[in-house]
Write a protein that binds this ligand. Structure first.
Ligand code: NAD
Ligand code: DAU
Length: 350
């Protein structure tokens, strides 16, 4: 019987992972452990919040005593660790927030797991969810593989790289069983509208400018979030202990081409004239230290574990736009800040 703590389960990717595990594994106990920062939104999990095998604990991973209490209360057997500060632009403004949560929070969680599981590490797994940004930037060609050297360029990626190293060190030093995956850019439902795709969808709906950084020729490798969740499921159950897996969809897009595709699809769906939304594109000052290109070689997870993405980018993007157009209340709550009252109304009265 697995009792899995999924940290960051109220965030974008975490909520998809929680939903997948709660519905696919009714025999597991799934504990969503989340501090509910600005990025945590329990409205992301409304559809499964009454499931018998789902539990929510409002806990900051920096709080050792609270973590210990959750491990005891739920007899946690495994961890899937997604809680993090995740936005590069915020890391440039407030790097220390990223050091606290991503580095110290991860080490704190590792310590609690090490302590609570010390009777027999072979019965437990600490799965650390990381990013391709730890590898730095690529030129026009080539891919990140699992053996590419780390070369983080932003405070965000430096903090994630540091946490990856700590996970590795705990496996080597203390024999904690771990696994790490490094994924490319995700997109899909419940994505907070500060990141490129949901921000631009929201701005197109509201006919607001689309701020493209620098020359717009930066390249990202996009994966539908539900495919990332199935990859995490695969690695959690069948990944080799103390190994690393790169996750991606071989789906590179230059930002400006992606934005133009988004404008075209949204003009169609909104019944606007073709070309109307493209007029909203505005080139703005570049992000400092902006990585030119990311591209994941995801062949290891495919050949060793048989995982591959289920949707094409065009299908995934179309589904994503439809979701935002159908969930205007979610978008409105997020942009107005009203989602932050959901926890009080749902949980604090109980
Ligand atoms: P997100 O910002 O949407 O969600 C992060 C969640 O963590 C939120 O629910 C937040 O409340 C919670 N959290 C933050 N600080 C916390 C703390 N101190 N204690 C407890 N909970 C805390 O992030 P996301 O985009 O869903 O990313 C999830 C993970 O996946 C991160 O580790 C990120 O580095 C990694 N990742 C993200 C992407 C991507 O494209 N978004 C790609 C690869 C890897
Ligand atoms: O590669 C994985 C990473 O992808 C994750 O680890 C991060 O958590 C996630 O936020 C994402 O990082 P990026 O910086 O690539 O994502 P973002 O959506 O912020 O930006 C995507 C690209 O679009 C990037 O080249 C910057 C550009 N951009 C972004 C915003 C928000 C713009 O041109 N304009 C914008 O307004």
């Amino acid at each position: 019987m697995k009792h899995i703590a999924i940290t960051g389960g109220a965030g974008f990717i975490g909520s998809h992972v929680v939903r997948l595990f709660v519905t696919r594994y009714p025999q597991y106990k799934i504990v969503n452990l989340d501090a509910l920062t600005y990025a945590g939104n329990l409205e992301n999990l409304k559809d499964i919040e009454h499931s018998n095998n789902y539990f929510f604990e409002k806990v900051n991973i920096l709080d050792t005593a609270a973590l210990q209490a959750v491990f005891e209360k739920h007899a946690i057997t495994d961890v899937i660790h997604l809680a993090a500060e995740s936005h590069v632009d915020r890391s440039i403004v407030s790097p220390l927030d990223f050091v606290y949560t991503n580095v110290i929070g991860t080490v704190n969680l590792l310590n609690v797991a090490k302590d609570k599981w010390k009777e027999d590490y072979s019965q437990h797994l600490f799965y650390h969810v990381s990013t391709d940004e730890v590898y730095g930037a690529l030129g026009d060609t080539g891919f990140f593989t699992e053996t590419t050297s780390y070369h983080p360029n932003s405070p965000y990626s430096a903090s994630k790289a540091s946490s990856d190293h700590f996970v590795r060190a705990y496996a080597e030093t203390y024999h904690l069983q771990t696994v790490v995956s490094n994924c490319s850019n995700n997109y899909g439902p419940y994505h907070f509208p500060e990141k490129l795709i949901p921000l631009f969808i929201n701005n197109i709906i509201n006919k607001k400018p689309l701020p493209v950084y620098g020359d717009g020729l930066y390249t990202r490798d996009w994966l539908f979030v539900k495919d990332h969740a199935t990859a995490i499921d695969t690695v959690f159950h069948r990944g080799k202990i103390n190994d690393t897996y790169n996750i991606g969809g071989f789906n590179e897009w230059k930002n400006i081409d992606l934005v133009k595709l988004l404008c075209k699809l949204m003009d169609e769906k909104l019944g606007r004239q073709q070309g109307e939304s493209e007029q909203l594109i505005t080139y703005v000052k570049d992000r400092p230290g902006h990585d030119r290109r990311y591209a994941i070689d995801a062949s290891k997870i495919n050949t060793e574990l048989g995982w591959k993405p289920s949707v094409t980018f065009e299908e995934g993007l179309s589904q994503t736009i439809d979701w935002y157009l159908q969930n205007t209340e979610w978008l409105q709550h997020v942009t107005s800040g009203a989602y932050q009252h959901y926890y009080e109304s749902m949980y604090e009265a109980r």
